[in-house]
Design a protein around this ligand. Structure first.
Ligand code: SR1
Ligand code: MG
Length: 409
């Protein structure tokens, strides 16, 4: 740990806000009504301050270790630089879909951001049965804008090289390489499952087709530097808002992109698909089949919006002389097929690995057994699929596995 690392505290926040002009102009630091630590992620401290007029700001500090474990798992706090770089680059492309950054304190690894407390973390909303129609499409539009705007298609050569150099993020990439691609099948002592799911985890580890597929996925993750991707685009990295009494999202904001780097576009897409499958697993386990099918429908919504956004930007590509329309068709088809692979990786890691998700973990144990088994079966089936590689085919295949394995009452 950095010897001079200084932790931000609730008591210190008012003075900190007053001392930073970019934050002080967004909140009355002398008339604060509340300051609280609200972080519920695996890694960082997050403080929300509200003033007497209802205005608020968020300050987030990257800790020098993994919060969910403690000091025993050190982690570079320099990751806030990658979060800032990507949030700014992504905000410039789709300002309505990315949280606004107000301040960067490089020395203390602190980011000041707009207050989104009138939004909810999408995973929490999904767990509660809310719909927020339009959110899945908004996330797809975000992935499409990033895929075009931060890549060879949208940037000039020097601008691209500068962005790539700034985005080198090996410490966080290695966490993903370990937790997402290697450890679901090669336990490094961090995996945990219910005793009833131990045979399922053992079958996954013994599945040569799955392990080989994860080798290819890891290789693609480490070598396909296509765009400045989010790198951790699960439903806990998206905030959603709907007007009182409405089921339609009127605001969707992506945040928490500290894992950003130049990586494969389909990794972000696969992350969203995996999380929709986890939401569906929860619904099917609870006997709400309509909701389960609705959650699986999000897969195609995100894909279609991504494809529409990328196609809409395509006429602006840097070199239409060689990147002709036939190139576009092949690129899109390849990304769709790769999304299956990355989704399979992301599904398995959330069931077997160290960092789990509340969609499944908050189910009663007897229901969790079948849900976990179904997600692992879906991951193994997805890497075997050939033929139709559409988003809807992925959702259908996963739905069949989830229903086949759920715990029957
Ligand atoms: C050690 S970090 C564990 C996980 O939390 C983050 O949200 C990423 O998904 C990472 O893999
Ligand atoms: Mg996160």
């Amino acid at each position: 740990m950095e010897a001079d690392y200084r932790f931000l505290t609730v008591e210190e926040v008012p003075g900190y806000l007053a001392s930073v002009p970019a934050l002080a102009e967004r909140i009355d630091a002398d008339r604060l009504l509340s300051v609280g630590e609200i972080g519920d992620g695996n890694l960082n401290l997050v403080f929300l301050a509200k003033d007497a007029d209802g205005r608020g700001v968020v300050v987030k500090q990257a800790l020098p270790y993994v919060r969910m474990v403690g000091e025993g798992w050190p982690m570079t706090p320099e990751r806030e630089k990658h979060e800032i770089q990507s949030l700014l680059a992504h905000h410039a492309l789709v300002p309505d879909l990315v949280v606004e950054v107000l301040h960067h304190d490089e020395e203390r690894h602190i980011i000041g951001m707009e207050d989104l407390s009138d939004h909810r973390v999408w995973r929490h909303a999904l767990n509660d049965g809310a719909t927020h129609d339009g959110a899945a499409a908004a996330v797809g539009r975000y992935i499409g804008a990033v895929a075009f705007g931060t890549s060879v298609f949208g940037l000039g050569r020097t601008e691209l090289a500068d962005a790539q150099a700034e985005a080198i993020n090996p410490e966080l990439c290695e966490i993903t390489e370990d937790l997402v691609f290697t450890e679901p099948s090669v336990d490094a002592g961090r995996n945990v499952v219910l005793p009833e799911n131990e045979p399922d985890a053992a079958a996954l580890a013994a599945d040569d087709v799955f392990v080989d597929a994860m080798g290819w996925a890891k290789y693609a993750f480490m070598t396909h530097g296509e765009a400045l991707i989010h790198g951790d685009l699960h439903t806990g990295s998206v905030m959603v808002r709907a007007p009182q009494g409405s089921t339609v999202a009127d605001s969707v904001k992506v945040f928490d992109s500290e894992f950003a780097f130049y990586g494969p576009v389909a990794f972000d897409m696969g992350a969203t698909w995996a999380n929709y499958v986890l939401a569906a697993a929860r619904a099917f386990a609870m006997g709400d089949d309509e909701r389960g099918r609705w959650a699986l429908g999000l897969v195609d919504q995100t894909w279609q919006a991504f494809e529409d956004e990328f196609r809409a930007r395509w006429p602006e590509r840097r070199d239409p002389r060689v990147w002709r329309d036939s190139f576009l068709e092949r690129r899109i088809a390849d990304w769709r097929a790769e999304s299956w692979l990355f989704a399979a990786a992301k599904m398995s890691r959330r069931i077997v690995g160290a960092a789990k998700v509340t969609d499944v973990q908050t189910l009663p144990e007897e229901l969790r057994v079948g849900a976990a088994r179904g997600v692992l079966a879906a991951a193994r089936a997805a890497v075997r699929a050939d033929g139709d590689r559409s988003a809807t085919a992925f959702a259908e295949l996963c739905g069949a596995e989830l229903l086949r394995h759920r715990t029957e009452g």
